[in-house]
Design a binder for this molecule. Structure first.
Ligand code: AMP
Ligand code: GLY
Length: 421
């Protein structure tokens, strides 16, 4: 079958890499893709915000299946528009994607389904929000209600920080009618858990741990994610079963009962608190860079799984992951997560990728007209490796990092630290 994958980041390179291995695939297109995805399929320069153009391309090329990678097209309703046009899609409807797009929506679903999550309140004006913050005390968490590309959350250690965050969000930093959710600070270890969902059908995938802060030791500002590994040793099978029963299944049930069924991946951001796992947030897509380590461990045919999800046949398939760990280190451009330096040259990728167990995914690169590889975004490369142990995977990934010649890039040196001595 011919498949079109939407997106251009490291997650999409990993998805393309996995889909390309499927015996079901005849031709893979990636729109817009990146220099990495070009080695797994054919990049197409489609304007993905233009759903009609995407639909026209699907018809022209006789695409049987479209896989949505990033949140933006999902939240914008690309699945609805393509389905209406008769194209099969992996990715949630716009209505279901409110689980990602609106924190207040997710909280309402949690209330309705009795899902364990942090206590919260929502506000439409700054004065009331600040009064609530003062009443609750710090630490406290202030969240902008809407898509803010992973940057709309302030975990405030002090009241002053929390009040400044409220002012900032109501000052129109993200535009539109502001609404903020203020919630209790949860203490524990964070884990990302992934499941495929179609209506009330659910299929657990596996877990990973992200590293959201920019600096070693979890210091500095939040980012989209500086590295990940999978599996997470503290996330036992018993915890997975608990998360499926208390979080994923009830969500699937309530969404279906509301007439807005899920169809796609649910990414549950969890805090493993002393009172059990609690939901921090949902995303309606794979995590980036978590997807990269998931794909390195996936033994089953990804395309077959995504198709079974889209067709409501999750009860017929199994998702098998190799027990051997995978780890990925994000190489970012200096300045990230603020204003990353673009256009600097990266050398040595070939040598690094040739190391045992190493796979390099492109996240934000571009090819210059003369063939040089240039940095083109904040997160640029995902230096990934598998190993017999997590320590071996980490050793391999960092050995590969050393072979990359890119003075303007940086990475965290401690990916996997919570699971390693
Ligand atoms: P979110 O966008 O909701 O995932 O939040 C981004 C990050 O903020 C999370 O990955 C957590 O590290 C942190 N965070 C969010 N909510 C809470 C909370 N209630 N307690 C502690 N940390 C939180
Ligand atoms: N790695 C975090 C995210 O994809 O949102």
């Amino acid at each position: 079958m011919k498949v079109l994958l939407i997106g251009s980041g490291g997650r999409e390179h990993a998805l393309a890499w996995a889909i390309a291995k499927s015996p079901l695939l005849t031709r893979l297109f990636i729109a817009p893709g990146n220099p990495g995805t070009a080695s797994a399929g054919e990049n197409v320069a489609l304007e993905i915000a233009d759903h009609a153009a995407v639909l026209a391309f699907c018809r022209l090329m006789d695409i049987a299946f479209v896989v949505l990678g990033p949140d933006a097209p999902i939240v914008a309703g690309m699945a609805d528009d393509l389905c209406q046009g008769g194209i099969k899609v992996f990715g949630h409807s716009k209505a279901a994607a409110q689980l990602e797009g609106s924190k207040a929506f997710t909280k309402a679903i949690c209330d309705e389904a009795g899902i364990p999550t942090a206590a919260y309140s929502r506000f439409r004006d700054a004065a009331a929000a600040k009064a609530y913050v003062r009443q609750q005390g710090a630490p406290i968490v202030v969240k902008y209600d809407g898509l803010a590309l992973g940057k709309g959350v302030v975990v405030a250690a002090t009241l002053a920080e929390a009040e400044a965050a409220v002012d900032d969000m109501f000052a129109g930093r993200f535009g539109g009618d502001a609404q903020v959710v203020i919630e209790a600070f949860l203490e524990g270890e964070e884990v990302s858990f992934f499941a495929l969902v179609h209506g009330e059908q659910v299929l657990p995938l596996t877990n990973a741990q992200d590293h959201k802060r920019v600096g070693d030791g979890d210091a500095g500002p939040n980012t989209g994610g500086m590295g990940a590994y999978s599996p997470v040793p503290v996330f036992t099978e018993a915890l997975e079963a608990e998360v499926m029963e208390r979080i994923i299944r009830p969500t699937a049930r309530v969404m279906a009962a509301r007439g807005t069924p899920c169809s796609g991946v649910l990414y549950a951001g969890l805090m493993l608190t002393k009172d059990g796992p609690k939901l921090i947030e949902y995303n309606a897509r794979f995590g980036d860079p978590e997807c990269q380590v998931l794909m390195l461990r996936l033994e089953s045919d990804l395309l077959a799984l995504l198709l079974a999800c889209a067709e409501g046949r999750l009860d017929e398939v199994q998702a098998r992951f190799r027990p051997q760990p995978a780890l990925t280190v994000v190489l970012a451009a200096r300045g990230y997560p603020g204003d990353p330096l673009k256009g600097t040259e990266i050398c040595g990728i070939g040598k690094a990728a040739a190391l045992d167990g190493v796979t390099i995914f492109h996240a934000g690169t571009k090819l210059a007209a003369d063939g040089r590889l240039l940095a083109n975004a904040g997160r640029v490369l995902n230096i990934s490796a598998t190993g017999a142990t997590l320590g071996e995977a980490r050793g391999r990934a960092y050995a590969a990092v050393e072979l990359i010649d890119w003075p303007e890039g940086f990475c965290r040196r401690d990916i996997g630290w919570r699971a390693l001595p």
